[in-house]
Design a protein around this ligand. Structure first.
Ligand code: FAD
Length: 438
């Protein structure tokens, strides 16, 4: 991989997500040469992926070109597209699909991937929602199901096509079913006047005793009530055992015939090969110390979802959400300078800003700084926070206009089957767009 020579120490950063971007923005580029590598040329705002999957937003609204983010920081900053494959820690070389690159310091900010908990059959047949291409596949499959229903005479097939199942009652699953219920209640009957929408069923399956386990019981109960009022069938204490692409079997007597299952039941770290196995901890995350330094190494760091930092406050590691990733990226940018200057490093302390989930129009739950909000207030807070967190003025403006339009018109604009979805294609392995191997 060609990178201009420099006398400065080189930091290679893998991953332009929340953590990697914050690190690259804040690190002192007069003291280091920075090379950022990502398999995509854009940053993805994952909290709004579900809106792309449910035709609420165009993908461009939640993605932002990495090169544009750094257009004012050309000095000693280089972006390269490609996928990191292996770390040779002894030689200090990262092997990627776009060639090898030597580093003085390596920052791993590769985030997480869907966790099927070892169930291969579910992995083969369920749909994940971690990337924009996956969300577009979901959008296509969702809309194709209605088109297919109109083309088939089989009652059994119609039932499968009109059953929509989401597994996992965390914020992602809850927000997804809320958005699908909105479509059912306000949008789809206008598009498909010859379909009987009383036959469309939306199921949310959750193994635990309640929804939104990461939030208070009050918020979980409120979310359940909102969803039930919107017509969603919520199955608590029900774990999906298998799904062959046609029927879901659970650990209870409940079975659901369906051609649409989104797996939002778990994530696991996405480390790069070459990290010793004993450093890969619970949830496939890399063990780091309080400075995000990978335990066995002097010059490799891990940030965000992929990092497992055990502290007294977080004995099971920090939550796999955006704020720890952002805060760790910011701190490491300062700490790495302290490291080369021979100064003591500052320990990471997570400042929890709260959590929230929206459940359709005018309904949300939010817990911020010890205060709980529900209903319209929480919904406005949710919209404001997400709008402000989007990267780039254009994305903020386009998303805002889309939301206002949807609110006023009870409509969603992006109901397009752009890429016909073929279930036989393997969707779980994403292809790297470019990279010659040299
Ligand atoms: C559907 C969904 C909804 C969510 N909702 C919320 C929410 O409402 N609030 C919240 O706080 N958090 C939410 N999260 C979690 C949040 O998005 C993550 O915690 C956060 O993105 C973690 O940041 P990160 O920088 O560690 O990783 P990421 O943001 O995932 O970034 C990782 C980057 O690394 C790249 N990459 C990965 N592997 C490689 C490789 N081998 N080579 C090259 N590049 C690679 C990826 O392309 C990506 O750009 C949600 C996540 C999902 C999937």
């Amino acid at each position: 991989m060609h990178i201009p020579e420099s006398n400065l120490p080189r930091i290679v950063v893998v991953g332009g997500g929340f953590a990697g971007l914050q690190f690259c923005k804040r690190v002192n580029k007069n003291k280091f040469q920075i090379v950022l590598l990502d398999r995509h040329n854009y940053h993805t705002f994952q909290p709004l992926l579900y809106q792309v999957a449910t035709a609420g937003l165009e993908p461009d609204s939640i993605a932002y070109p990495i090169r544009k983010i750094f257009e004012d920081q050309r000095e000693n900053f280089f972006f390269r597209i490609g996928e990191a494959k292996n770390i040779d820690a002894e030689q200090q070389i990262l092997e990627t699909t776009s060639g090898k690159i030597a580093y003085d310091y390596l920052v791993i900010a590769t985030g997480s991937k869907t966790n099927y908990f070892g169930n291969k059959v579910i992995e083969e047949n369920a749909m994940p929602m971690k990337t924009i291409p996956q969300s577009l596949n979901l959008r296509s499959l969702f809309l194709q199901n209605f088109e297919q229903t109109l083309l088939t005479d089989s009652v059994n097939e119609r039932e499968k096509l009109m059953n929509f199942v989401i597994v996992g009652g965390g914020p992602t699953g809850t927000e997804l079913v809320g958005a699908i219920a909105e479509l059912k209640n306000h949008v789809l009957p206008n598009d498909y006047p010859d379909l009987d929408f009383t036959k469309m069923n939306i199921h949310l399956v959750e193994a635990g005793e309640r929804l939104l386990a990461g939030m208070s019981e009050t918020s979980g109960k409120r979310a359940l009530k909102y969803l039930q009022n919107m017509g969603v069938k919520v199955w608590l204490k029900t774990a999906v055992d298998s799904y062959d692409g046609e029927v879901i079997k659970t650990n209870t007597s409940k079975t659901i015939p369906t051609r649409f299952l989104i797996w939002a039941a778990g994530v696991q770290g996405s480390p790069i090969k070459g990290i010793p196995e004993e450093q890969i901890q619970r949830g496939n995350r890399i063990a780091v110390d309080e400075n995000n330094k990978v335990i066995y190494s002097d010059n490799i760091f891990a940030l965000g979802d992929v990092a497992m930092m055990v502290t007294d406050d977080y004995p099971r590691g920090h939550p796999m959400v955006a704020q720890p990733a952002i805060q760790q990226g910011r701190l490491l940018a300062k700490n790495i300078e302290r490291l080369v200057d021979g100064k003591p490093l500052k320990a990471f302390k997570y400042s929890d800003k709260g959590s929230m989930a929206t459940i359709g129009r005018n309904r949300a739950v939010a817990e911020l700084q010890g205060m709980k909000f529900t209903g319209l207030t929480a919904w406005f807070i949710w919209m404001f926070v997400h709008l402000m967190a989007l990267v780039g003025f254009r994305n903020k403006a386009v998303t805002f206009v889309n939301w206002v339009f949807a609110y006023v018109n009870y409509d969603k604009g992006a109901r397009l089957i752009i890429r016909a979805f073929d279930k036989k294609r393997n969707l779980h392995e994403e292809k790297v767009p470019v990279g010659t191997g040299e």
